[in-house]
Design a protein around this ligand. Structure first.
Ligand code: MG
Length: 426
């Protein structure tokens, strides 16, 4: 298959240097958007594309080859970052197209994008590996909401951040006249898919079309580096597509039916078809900047927010705990007597015993053994009045029952015994 190619990369109107890179080395084409402080982003994008440039394509297993090559690029960027002792933490997106005899294979990590433009329609071929991209796929956000979301710049997957990375691979069976666009988010942050489609449909010359995309992005603000690689299929072979490999074709016609289908064909390889809804309408983020990579300003903003949130949670918990303790009461033992305490008994939550409020005159020794045990552990009370009620109950238990003996004397009159008959009383 033959393709015409054109590419432009521009710093934009806000940034002072360009961290994007691109590769035109037929049959390989790629865009990388680097990130990291101290110009590490430029290094990251260049290192990743250097791996692609020097790799030898495998026409027999293009999907696996793309996966493994992007994983190698990930290792190279990761190693470059760690070799500086963490001083230059860096990462990069990478979206690559591998043109074989009958297909265009797209390997992808990050939130740069690949599009297919066919007969006036545009379809996004890649998932945005970003927070809002995931929320859109989950149905939690619309594309329009995502475009304006404050966390729209947080990316969830990039090369060079972790020792290993998951790579998305998809396949297009092109037709003559199709265009495949690879671009960094400096383009999609400024232009909607419809605007991109219109420019690419109206302009016949690929080089002029690519330049017009960059010019339009700058006219909309040029907040970020803008990079486009445009391929135009000039002689697509007449092939019949089969899905025996599990790697379905992506076309504007098929995409709605195939949306969300996913086939794992090798470790780390995902072949995914996308729906048109994900290709529509992007906003114009004014402050778009990479947030997923340590070293960037946005990373530190995120770090600070998380640190502040953690502090608030810890402080809030501490305040709630101390409030609970200061409002707690219990009845226990102090110097052998029943005593009212404010606080919590010793050993509970690691706190010292509460403050003595009222030491009564009730000796614990006068109380039943079970009650003494309860007192040693502390009998909880709802408040001071409740504690005093408990004390009164204990006081009653401590008083031994008293026994009163009452003697009653009854005087019974003594009647003289009757005299025998004939006897004269004295
Ligand atoms: Mg960018």
């Amino acid at each position: 298959m033959k393709v015409r190619q054109a590419a432009f990369s521009d710093t934009g109107r806000v940034r002072t240097h360009n961290e994007d890179s691109y590769l035109l080395r037929e049959p390989l084409f790629a865009v990388a958007d680097g990130m990291g402080g101290h110009e590490a982003g430029e290094v990251a994008s260049a290192v990743s594309l250097g791996v692609l440039e020097n790799a030898i394509p495998d026409t027999e297993a293009p999907a696996n080859w793309l996966t493994e090559t992007l994983k190698m690029a990930n290792s190279a960027v990761y190693d470059a970052g760690t070799q500086t002792g963490g001083m230059l933490r860096m990462g990069t997106t990478l979206t690559a197209a591998y043109v074989t005899d009958d297909s265009i294979w797209v390997g992808h990590v990050g939130d740069s994008r690949a599009y297919l433009i066919r007969e006036g329609e545009i379809a996004q071929l890649t998932d945005d590996h970003s927070l809002v991209g995931e929320w859109v796929r989950d149905g939690r956000l619309t594309v329009e909401e995502a475009a304006l979301h404050p966390q729209r710049s947080v990316i969830t997957r990039a090369l060079g951040i972790e020792p290993d990375v998951e790579v998305d691979v998809s396949r297009v069976t092109p037709r003559t006249g199709d265009r495949v666009l690879l671009c960094s988010d400096g383009l999609t942050g400024e232009l909607t898919d419809a605007e991109i489609c219109r420019i690419l449909t109206d302009e016949a010359d690929p080089e002029t079309a690519a330049r017009k995309l960059v010019v339009a992005a700058n006219e909309h603000g040029g907040e970020d580096n803008i990079t486009v690689v445009l391929l135009e299929v000039v002689d697509a072979p007449d092939v019949t597509v089969t899905e025996d490999s599990g790697q379905a074709d992506i076309t504007p016609d098929a995409r709605s039916k195939e949306r969300g289908t996913e086939h794992a064909t090798a470790p780390g390889l995902v072949v995914r078809n996308l729906g048109p809804g994900e290709a529509k309408g992007h906003g114009k983020p004014a402050d778009r900047e990479r947030q997923g990579v340590p070293g960037g300003r946005q990373f530190w903003i995120r770090f600070s927010v998380w640190a502040a949130l953690t502090l608030v949670i810890v402080l809030g918990g501490w305040i709630a705990l101390t409030s609970y303790i200061s409002n707690s009461w219990y009845v226990g033992v102090h110097d052998g007597n029943v005593t009212v305490f404010k606080g919590v008994p010793e050993g509970i939550l690691g706190f010292a015993s509460g403050d003595v409020v009222d030491r009564t005159s009730i000796p614990v020794s006068l109380l039943p053994a079970t009650t003494r045990t309860q007192l040693e552990e502390g009998i909880p009370a709802d408040n001071r009045a409740d504690a005093e009620r408990i004390v009164e109950n204990l006081r009653e238990q401590s008083i031994p029952p008293t026994t009163t003996t009452t003697m009653t004397t009854t005087t019974v009159p003594i009647q003289p015994a009757p005299l025998p008959p004939g006897t004269v009383p004295p």
